[in-house]
Design a binder for this molecule. Structure first.
Ligand SMILES: Cc1cc2nc3c(=O)[nH]c(=O)nc-3n(C[C@H](O)[C@H](O)[C@H](O)COP(=O)(O)OP(=O)(O)OC[C@H]3O[C@@H](n4cnc5c(N)ncnc54)[C@H](O)[C@@H]3O)c2cc1C
Length: 588
């Protein structure tokens, strides 16, 4: 059946049991699951376009061309960052059905047992690793890669570890550049174990990650493609695109709980509304969900009153506890001309681009269907001689937190400190990329490069996302408060030194000609620190702005994801996790 989306006149002023705001990972998953019950009606309102069959979305390497293009990417910006000399960082986010799963790197990772169990420790009964993993498996439709890939990449996959009947196609890259496995071997020589089962609750080590790609078509499997596209024929599922929700409409009430009666949205410049018979679910992502609550009168009085918004639920946690993985593309080396490795740099050769385009058209794996896969999650204790010193310094900082620090944040830091001290809990991620990155020295035509991206995996700084205007089309002020805690930078400095050292170990050593970025001018800790700050970026995993925590600890939703003080509003997206996990977040 040809996919059909709703038209505005088919939904405006109508009543649906569930109205979901935002058709990204959370929204698509939920709309599909709720509409399995044919007795209820579900409306999904998405601000962006449908992008059905769009080559920029489908092609695994197409995401590079989506960044900065308003039809695909919200292109949010932070406010100037104090600790980055006023620098503003762009936060790409997917716009359109599929949300950020249209523009992400597709890497599929599962969180660790200890970090998910921490959500339960923070006051959320039932939110633990075992219960989460059941649902993660339910999402997966895992397919083995071909044998030659298993041999070349030295994969030891237990297919039983993955789900097989879910909607999200999942496989390992069907194309081997040789770069990732070479870097992994070099790390093994340095004592970092090659982990063969990172899906089992402990992901510390160096390993190869699968991705949400359909192995038959070699196309991206977004949350929309997996969850909604096959179900668009359902009579009870309605999807309206280019419908930007401005606020939740609440029944008049003098006291809690308040009840949502519908949603207001803007479509082609006009304002419309729909009615909700049962619930309104906000799934607009960590950056937009708090905005919708605040514009509806649910949030901190200190934020809402100055803007003249009538406070319906005083909920100071909305838009706070913002957590981020920080990344830095900081190390690149040039490969020897005869190194038997392939890199994305080769696509700048028109003849090779043509060849790989033909492969892709024939559904054969090649550089255009490349999937990022080479990752390593490393504990400070494994990569740095300064680990004890850094941990002790940080322990001291946490013991002397400012008196105004809320009990909720204190409890989170206590858990994070336990993780930091645990030598088998990783503290950073180093991703191997077969491509040039960096800005000090430029790429030379015809050369190939390996680079390492560094990222923190715990967030020690806390930020906010609050509205500054009653205009729904104006973005909130996004303040991640980058580097508010020294530890984020301390970890990245050690990660940088470790990554730089990789090229001194075989087999990588023989294939590397020379370091290109940053180069020999950056060597002391102080220089490395400045270099990282200069190149500091988001890792696009912003979370926790509508945290699931006890209300008195800054919580916005309870363990059933219902917004405190309301009878029928829930939040379902990355904004609810109270403590960010170390892995990539689409599977959470
Ligand atoms: C560039 C990038 C790379 C990433 N790489 C990876 C990766 O390799 N692996 C991984 O696991 N994770 C990755 N992630 C993270 C992952 O994609 C997110 O964790 C996930 O998409 C979050 O899901 P969500 O539902 O919270 O938000 P989203 O998926 O962002 O969905 C939010 C949706 O709400 C819509 N919306 C917003 N405001 C409104 C409104 N007012 N009205 C209606 N609709 C609205 C948006 O258009 C969007 O469709 C990446 C993210 C980005 C941005």
């Amino acid at each position: 059946m040809a996919p059909t989306l709703s038209k505005v006149n088919e939904v405006s002023d109508k009543t649906f049991d569930y109205v979901i705001i935002g058709g990204g990972v959370g929204g698509c998953t939920l709309a599909s699951r709720l509409s399995e019950n044919s007795d209820v009606t579900v409306l999904l309102l998405e601000a962006g376009k449908a992008h059905i069959g769009d080559p920029l979305v489908d092609l695994p390497t197409g995401f590079f061309r989506q960044y900065g293009v308003p039809d695909y990417d919200w292109g949010f910006q932070t406010i100037p960052q104090k600790k980055l000399d006023g620098k503003v960082i762009t936060w790409n986010r997917g716009k359109g059905l599929g949300g950020s799963s249209n523009i992400n790197y597709m890497v599929w990772t599962r969180p660790g047992r200890v970090e998910v169990d921490a959500w339960e420790r923070l006051g959320n009964p039932g939110w633990n690793y075992d219960s989460l993993i059941k649902y993660v498996k339910k999402a997966e439709n895992f397919q083995m890669p071909p044998n030659d890939i298993i041999e070349r990449e030295l994969l030891a996959i237990d297919p039983e570890g993955f789900g097989k009947d879910g909607p999200l196609s999942l496989t390992y890259s069907h194309f081997s550049t040789g770069v990732e496995v070479t870097a992994r071997k070099a790390m093994e020589v340095r004592g970092i174990p090659h982990l063969t089962d990172p899906e089992n609750g402990n992901y510390s080590g160096a390993w190869s990650a699968p991705a949400t790609v359909n192995p038959l078509t070699l196309t991206r499997c977004s949350a929309f493609v997996g969850y909604i596209l096959p179900n668009l024929g359902r009579k009870n599922l309605f999807v309206l695109t280019e419908a930007y929700s401005s606020r939740i409409l609440l029944e008049d009430s003098k006291s809690e709980p308040v009840t949502a009666k519908g949603v207001e949205f803007i479509h082609e410049g006009k304002t419309y509304s729909v009615k909700a018979a049962k619930e309104v679910i906000v799934s607009a992502g960590s950056l937009k969900s708090p905005q919708i609550l605040e514009l509806s009168g649910i949030g901190d009085t200190n934020v809402l009153c100055p803007l003249g918004i009538n406070v319906k639920v005083d909920l100071p946690g909305v838009g706070t506890n913002l957590q981020e993985h920080i990344s830095s593309f900081t190390f690149t080396a040039e490969l020897e001309d005869d190194a038997p490795l392939m890199t994305l740099d080769m696509l700048s050769d028109p003849a090779l681009l043509q060849k790989h385009t033909e492969y892709y058209e024939q559904k054969l794996p090649g550089l255009l269907s490349y999937q990022a896969s080479g990752t390593s999650y490393l504990s400070l204790q494994y990569i740095s001689e300064k680990a004890d010193e850094i941990i002790a310094k940080h322990e001291k900082t946490l013991a002397a937190l400012p008196s105004g620090t809320s009990p909720g944040i204190r409890e989170q830091f206590k858990i994070q400190l336990d993780h930091l001290k645990h030598k088998d809990m990783p503290d950073c991620e180093i991703i191997t990329n077969p491509v040039f990155t960096g800005s000090i020295n430029k790429a030379e035509p015809g050369k190939r490069y390996i680079s390492f991206l560094l990222a923190t995996i715990a967030a020690w700084s806390r930020g906010t996302a609050h509205i500054t205007s009653t205009d729904p089309l104006r973005n909130s002020a996004f303040d991640p408060n980058y580097l508010d805690h020294d530890l984020d930078l301390d970890i990245l400095i050690e990660a940088f030194k470790f990554a730089r050292g990789n090229i001194d170990y075989e087999p990588l050593k023989s294939y590397v000609f020379k370091e290109v970025n940053p180069g020999s001018t950056i060597s002391t800790d102080e220089e490395i620190k400045d270099h990282i700050k200069e190149n500091l970026n988001t890792f696009w995993h912003t979370s926790s702005t509508c945290s699931m925590l006890p209300r008195e600890h800054g919580g916005v939703v309870d363990p059933s994801l219902k917004v405190y003080g309301t009878s029928n509003i829930r939040v379902c997206d990355l904004s609810v996790i109270p403590l960010i996990v170390g892995v990539h977040t689409q599977g959470v």
